[in-house]
Design a protein around this ligand. Structure first.
Ligand code: F6P
Length: 362
C-alpha cells in the first residue's frame, strides 16, 4: 500500500520551539501513522520555486532543544503577492496558481504550516484555493487570535526577563533610568509579561498610549522616596498619546512591510531632558528570538505538533491547533486571519501590576 504523505513548512520569523514542533509532527506521523514527511525549505519560497526534501527519522531526532528552524524560513514570500525585482523597481505577481500546482504535484495528504499571522493568513488563502492545510501557531509576540498562547512567547519572555534582571543591577549601581525595549510588533504581550516578571517600574505597551509627563513624574517620585533608579520596559510598538509608532525600516517585499524599533531611544532622551536624570536605552531586539526553547515551549510545541497529526488523520483542514484555558482546541484559520490579538485593557495582569504601583504611562 502506498504510504500517505504530509509536508511541513515554517514561515515568518524564527522562534524557539519551531524544531520541537517539526519533531513532534514528523515523529508521530512516521511512527504512529507510518506517513512519509516532506520538509519544504524556506517557507513559501520552497513551494513557489520548488525546494523540498524528504525528512527521515534521523533528521528530526535530537532537535527538540535546537533554536531556529531546520527547514529555514522567509518573511518576504507571499505567493499571492510575490515580489519580483525589475532593476530598481519591485513588481508584485500573483503566483498562487503555480504554488497550488506545485503543492498538488507533491501528492500530500496535508500541508502543515507553522507560522504567525502572515504565514497563517496565506495558509488560509491557499486552503480556500483547495490545499488541505493545518496551521500551528508560532510567534514570540503571542498576538495570534484563536489561541491563548503561541509557542516561542514563553522563551522570549524568559530571555527578556533575564535581560531586565541584569539591567537592574547596573541601573541601581549607577542611579540611572534604564529603558529596555522589547519586540512584540503591535502588541504588548512580551513587554507586559517580562515587565511584570522583571519588576519593571514603568511598563509601556501599544494598547495604552503613554503621557511622557506621567512617566517623568513617576521617576521623580521614586527618586524622592530614595529609589534613585527606575526600570522602564517598553514594547517596540508603544506610542505616546496622540502620537505615532516608530518605524525602523520598510521591507517592501514583505506583505507586512513595517519593522518597528527605536521608540526606547526617543523616550530615553525625553526622560533625561525632563527629569535631568541620566538615562540609557537597551534594545533586546532579535535576541528574543534566539536559542533553545524553555521547558514550557518544548511541552507546548510537542502537544501542538502531536495534535496536528490527529487533525490530518481526521481530515480537519483549514484549521489551526491552539490552546484555550489550558486545553488543546481546533480553531478555523478564518478566525486567525482576522488581525492581531491585542491585550485587553481589563487584563488581570495589568490590574495586578497597577495595584502594586506599576505605572503604565497613563
Ligand atoms: O513577529 C516577530 C518579530 O520578531 C516581531 O516581534 C518584530 O517586530 C519583527 O518580527 C522583526 O522582524 P525582522 O526579523 O524582519 O526584523
Amino acid at each position: 500500500m502506498k504510504r500517505k504523505r504530509i509536508a511541513i513548512l515554517t514561515g515568518g520569523g524564527d522562534c524557539p520551539g519551531i524544531n520541537a514542533v517539526i519533531r513532534a509532527v514528523a515523529k508521530k506521523a512516521m511512527l504512529e501513522k507510518e506517513m512519509e514527511v516532506i520538509g519544504i525549505e524556506d517557507g513559501y519560497h520552497g513551494i513557489v520555486n520548488p525546494r523540498w526534501r524528504s525528512l527521515e527519522y534521523e533528521d528530526v531526532s535530537g532537535i527538540l532543544t535546537l533554536g531556529g528552524t531546520i527547514l529555514g524560513t522567509s518573511k518576504t514570500v507571499n505567493p499571492y503577492r510575490y515580489a519580483v525585482r525589475k532593476g530598481n523597481r519591485l513588481e508584485f505577481k500573483n503566483l498562487s496558481e503555480i504554488t497550488v500546482k506545485n503543492l498538488k504535484s507533491l501528492n500530500i495528504e496535508s500541508l502543515v504550516c507553522i507560522g504567525g499571522d502572515g504565514t497563517l493568513g496565506i495558509a488560509y488563502r491557499l486552503f480556500k484555493d483547495g490545499v488541505p492545510i493545518v496551521g500551528v501557531p508560532k510567534t514570540i509576540d503571542n498576538d495570534l487570535r484563536g489561541t491563548d498562547i503561541t509557542f516561542g512567547f514563553d522563551s522570549a519572555v524568559s530571555i527578556a526577563t533575564g535581560g531586565i534582571d541584569r539591567i537592574h543591577t547596573t541601573a541601581e549601581s549607577l542611579h540611572r533610568i534604564m529603558i529596555v525595549e522589547v519586540m512584540g510588533h503591535t502588541a504588548g504581550w512580551i513587554a507586559l509579561y517580562s515587565g511584570v516578571a522583571g519588576g519593571g517600574d514603568i511598563i509601556l505597551i501599544p494598547e495604552i498610549p503613554y503621557d511622557i509627563h506621567r512617566i517623568a513624574e513617576k521617576v521623580k517620585e521614586r527618586n524622592k522616596k530614595g529609589k534613585r533608579f527606575s526600570i522602564v520596559v517598553i514594547a517596540e510598538g508603544a506610542k505616546p498619546e496622540g502620537g505615532d509608532i516608530v518605524i525602523q525600516r520598510f521591507v517592501k517585499e514583505s506583505s507586512d512591510p513595517i519593522r518597528l524599533g527605536g521608540i526606547g531611544f526617543i523616550l530615553g532622551e525625553q526622560i533625561e531632558r525632563i527629569t535631568g536624570l541620566e538615562t540609557r536605552t537597551v534594545v533586546m531586539g532579535h535576541l528574543l528570538r534566539g536559542g533553545s526553547p524553555t521547558p514550557f515551549d518544548r511541552i507546548l510545541a510537542t502537544n501542538l505538533g502531536a495534535k496536528t497529526v490527529d487533525l490530518i488523520e481526521d481530515k480537519n483542514f483549514g484549521c489551526m491547533v491552539g490552546i484555550k484555558e489550558n486545553s488543546l482546541v481546533v480553531v478555523p484559520l478564518k478566525e486567525v486571519a482576522k488581525g492581531p490579538k491585542l491585550i485587553p485593557l481589563n487584563h488581570p495582569m495589568i490590574k495586578a501590576a497597577r495595584s502594586l504601583g506599576t505605572c503604565f504611562g497613563d
